[in-house]
Design a protein around this ligand. Structure first.
Ligand code: ADP
Ligand code: ASP
Ligand code: MG
Length: 453
């Protein structure tokens, strides 16, 4: 077969809960069987496994504690293994992965070396993809486990590697397309490989991004994200039972929602979709018959308010210098330090003598968090105040900066709450509010009631 694109190719991604156990994997297998266009399958690690791996990689633990975590991981994977009809071929391969995982986990430098951490983290997806391939092969389908590191080339930014689109397109067309004619390839989300051959990862929740990148590289028409909810909702259904699934969303709206905390999609997922006009579907692998959300370039309607998102664990940093009026390089100095520490700033407000900004600081990130060193570097030329326990609540919609009354309805809905910082006008698709974490659920519910109920 030639290396040209396959007609109507679909890339399907199954998240952690969808591959949590054997029964969940069987649901996924049925979804794949029902769509002959699904030729590439991207899987996450089984639910809970990446969190256990992050614990091992980030927390100083005794050997006994590490071994305990390894036992937990092994029991999740063994439960799936032993539900298979025939384990002869898979069992030794799984054991190899468990052994190399154990070597890395017990490596003396594991919590100090980013390259070892990523190698360790990759084992979750490598094990789940091996097991899921075996589940598929128990059906009528012919499936092969494909090592994504052959195609998902990245830089060496361990923990948040940046994909090389050109290399991904060339390698995926060369190494994956020819096989797809009669085989379903099952591969790992979240995992990549740098130019030196080291294993990298794309950041927490990165399997969605992998699916979109492979869809782009392979020239797929659609990309399906199968998860534990029946689509993208007006807000996280865990926050309020009043949340309802959205039949349709635009690429921009979905990108905005993902950036501002809708965990259902990794923030970068929409980039490849937007570039190549790939339609993205989000649905539940447990209830595929309930349909889901289609994310497309142009929606039938563009409402002012589409959804509300929440991003937890935000910190607000205020740096103040009485000399700011005169010191033109002040902002540059502050943001150079932030950039050197690889921290990414979200909201910013300035006054004549101070600047406040917010940073994402999630505890389970594989990335650097705001640390003492950064604060000390800033403190050398200004006063630094760090405030924790904030969440960012964002209303996502369309033409929000120009529609009359769009913001007043939002502010009226949250009049009872203290808004520590507001970001409005920089983008037509959002209005963000920084609020205390103890208020954020109520703020989301109040907004939801006013805008959607
Ligand atoms: P997966 O493991 O399948 O990638 P995730 O846990 O990463 O699943 O994402 C699915 C979760 O995202 C849902 O269970 C839901 O709680 C959360 N979520 C947050 N915001 C939204 C939203 N607007 N719509 C749907 N789900 C959302
Ligand atoms: N397993 C990884 C995580 O838990 C990637 C993913 O699930 O998308 O973050
Ligand atoms: Mg996810």
């Amino acid at each position: 077969m030639s290396n040209s694109a396959i007609h109507n190719l679909n890339v399907a991604k199954f998240g952690g809960t969808s591959v949590a156990n054997f029964a969940a994997m069987e649901n996924c297998a049925r979804i794949i069987q029902n769509n002959p266009n699904t030729k590439v399958v991207v899987v996450s690690a089984s639910a809970g496994v990446t969190n256990l791996l992050v614990d091992i990689a980030h927390t100083a633990m005794s050997k006994e504690q590490i071994k305990q975590k390894l036992i937990e991981i092994e029991s999740i994977q063994h439960a799936i293994l032993h539900a298979l009809e025939n384990i002869d071929e898979v069992a030794p391969k799984l054991q190899q992965l468990l052994d190399s995982l154990s070597d890395l986990a017990l490596h003396e430098e594991i919590i100090h070396r980013a390259d070892l951490k990523d190698a360790l983290l990759s084992h979750g997806e490598r094990m789940s993809s091996l097991l899921f391939t075996a589940v598929l092969n128990q059906t009528q389908l012919k499936a092969e486990n494909f090592d994504v590191r052959n195609v998902l080339k990245t830089d060496s930014e361990f923990g948040q590697a940046v994909p090389d689109l050109q290399q991904i397109a060339t390698a995926s067309k060369q190494l994956m397309l020819p096989t797809l004619v009669d085989t379903v390839l099952v591969t790992q989300g979240f995992v990549g490989c740098d130019q030196q051959g080291n294993t990298t990862t794309l950041g927490r929740g990165g399997s969605d991004f992998t699916a979109a990148l492979l869809a782009e590289g392979l020239g797929a028409q659609t990309c399906e994200i199968w998860t534990d909810v029946i689509g993208v909702y007006t807000t996280d259904p865990r926050i309020t039972a009043a949340a309802r699934p959205l039949p349709e969303l635009s690429f921009e709206e979905a990108a905005e929602m993902a950036t501002f905390g809708a965990k259902v999609l990794h923030p970068a997922t929409m980039e490849p979709a937007l570039r190549q006009d790939i339609k993205v579907f989000v649905g539940s692998s447990r209830e595929p018959e309930k349909g889901g959300t289609w994310i497309v370039r142009d929606c039938k309607v563009e409402p002012s308010y589409r959804a509300i998102t929440r991003r937890k664990e935000q910190v607000m940093v205020t740096v103040k210098t009485p000399k700011m009026m005169y010191a033109q390089g002040f902002l540059q100095k502050v943001f150079t330090i932030i950039a050197e520490h690889k921290l990414s700033v979200d909201l910013i407000t300035t006054s004549e003598i101070s600047v406040s900004f917010t940073l994402d600081n999630p505890a389970n990130s594989v990335l650097e968090r705001l640390n003492q060193e950064t604060i000390e570097e800033l403190a050398q030329f200004c006063d630094v105040l760090v405030e924790e326990n904030y969440d960012l609540v964002t209303v996502v919609g369309n033409n929000m900066h120009s529609g009359a009354g769009v913001s007043s309805k939002i502010f009226a809905a949250v009049a009872d709450y203290n808004l520590r910082m507001i970001c409005y006008g920089a983008n037509p698709h959002n209005l963000s509010l920084l609020v205390s974490d103890s208020d954020s659920k109520d703020v989301v519910c109040a907004l939801h009631k006013s805008l959607f109920e």
